[in-house]
Design a protein around this ligand. Structure first.
Ligand SMILES: [Zn+2]
Ligand SMILES: [Zn+2]
Length: 258
């Protein structure tokens, strides 16, 4: 077995565990179908392998099964029940899943590109093996602020910090504008709109280990942009493929001369 395959398995461990827990029990072919749906592989991984029905991605899932990766780590059991191999999560697996749930939710709910999700899951798994802490910054928590979803106060506080950093960077003369359409909440709504903007994560923002926070946040600004609520929704209109700022601008310019 090559080292490359092991790395590939690490990309799939957390999302696979997430699905095994969600569905209570899963066969290998269910796992392939559901992981494909969840991670929407593209590029090399979406290619059909020579003379087979399999894609490179489904082959990776099969490797995860045949190398007994989840069983070896004690995260899941794999048993033959009525001729079908079936995965079930263990208590240890549940613990590992709960510990990583905010990362999983963050990576799977922001419509990131497949290659970014893949690389992030791999790095999360490697960091956790080295007993490094992995921290998320989840903008969705900010958007759903009104629903008082405060189940994770530290994550909320951390995400606010990134938001404040981004607002500081993009604010000019007390105004922060949408990078797509230049909508200005303060201009339009007055005082109530002051400092309001949504922060879109173009690439995942994850902190591995004990990196100095201010430096980390500064670097993270490369991966986030401020957008008004309308443009942010339009960016995510196609969940499989979020639009870039340039592409969304191109949609509105011909009609509105921004
Ligand atoms: Zn906008
Ligand atoms: Zn977004």
């Amino acid at each position: 077995m090559s080292g490359g395959e092991r790395i590939a398995e690490r990309e799939l461990m957390l999302p696979a565990l997430f699905l095994i827990d969600l569905r209570k029990s899963l066969t290998t072919s269910d796992l392939i179908a559901e992981l494909t749906h969840l991670m929407h592989p593209s590029g090399e991984d979406a290619k059909i392998l020579n003379g087979r029905k399999d894609t490179k991605f489904s082959q990776k899932v099969r490797n995860l099964v045949s190398h007994h990766t989840l069983e070896r780590l004690g995260y899941a059991t794999y048993q033959r029940i009525r001729g079908n191999g079936i995965f079930q999560i263990t208590e240890t697996g549940k613990g590992y899943l709960i510990e990583n749930m905010s990362i999983i939710e963050y990576l799977l709910s922001n419509d990131f590109a497949y290659k970014d999700i893949k690389v992030s899951f791999k790095h999360v798994s490697i960091a956790k093996e080295a007993l490094k802490k992995v921290l998320t910054y989840d903008e969705n928590l900010m958007i759903t602020e009104g629903t008082k979803r405060n189940r994770n106060v530290t994550l909320y506080k951390r995400s606010s910090k990134l938001r404040d950093f981004a607002i500081k960077k993009y604010t000019l003369d007390g105004h922060i504008k949408c990078v797509v359409c230049f909508f200005d909440f303060l201009d339009f709504y007055g005082e109530i709109g002051k400092n309001y903007i949504e922060i879109h994560h173009v690439k995942p923002v994850l902190q591995y280990g004990e990196e100095e926070e201010n430096k980390f946040l500064k670097d993270a600004l490369e991966n986030v942009i401020p957008a008004c609520s309308n443009c942010h929704r339009m960016i995510h209109r196609n969940r499989e493929q979020p639009l870039s700022v340039i592409d969304l601008k191109a949609c509105i310019q011909p009609r509105h001369n921004i």
